[in-house]
Ligand binder design. Structure first.
Ligand code: HEC
Length: 90
């Protein structure tokens, strides 16, 4: 009896965790500025090179760098801000 209950709890929590993971990756992402930043990275930065590593630049270096690099990636000022925040905070 005790065995069965443990097993049930285990399956339940595994299913719960999987569910939360899925919700995190799909649904709740849309209003999250990080999701926005990740999308810009995937859409705009991978055309020319791999995604930049977070430790590539100091937090305060990202914005000026992106402002210079934005012409290449055709980013709007808004996208620069979103990305700069995301990359600096990682
Ligand atoms: C049109 C091509 C192109 C696009 C799009 C592009 N890059 Fe680059 N990127 C380059 C080239 C070429 C270099 C290497 C030469 C240089 O730094 O000028 C580079 C270098 C870099 C570096 C290294 C610079 C350093 O100081 O070591 C980073 C970080 C970077 N890019 C980030 C990004 C990000 C973030 C995006 C998306 C917003 C992006 N790039 C989009 C062409 C591109």
């Amino acid at each position: 009896m005790a065995m069965k209950r443990t097993c049930f709890l285990y399956i339940f929590s595994a299913a719960f965790a999987a569910c939360m993971g899925l919700a995190f990756m799909t649904g709740c992402g849309s209003n999250d500025p990080n999701a926005e930043a990740k999308k810009i990275l995937e859409d705009r930065c991978q055309m020319c090179h791999d995604l930049p590593q977070k430790n590539m630049k100091a937090p305060e270096e990202w914005k000026p760098f992106l402002e210079g690099h934005a012409a290449r990636a055709e980013l709007t000022q808004e996208q620069v801000e979103t990305l700069a925040k995301y990359l600096a905070a990682r």
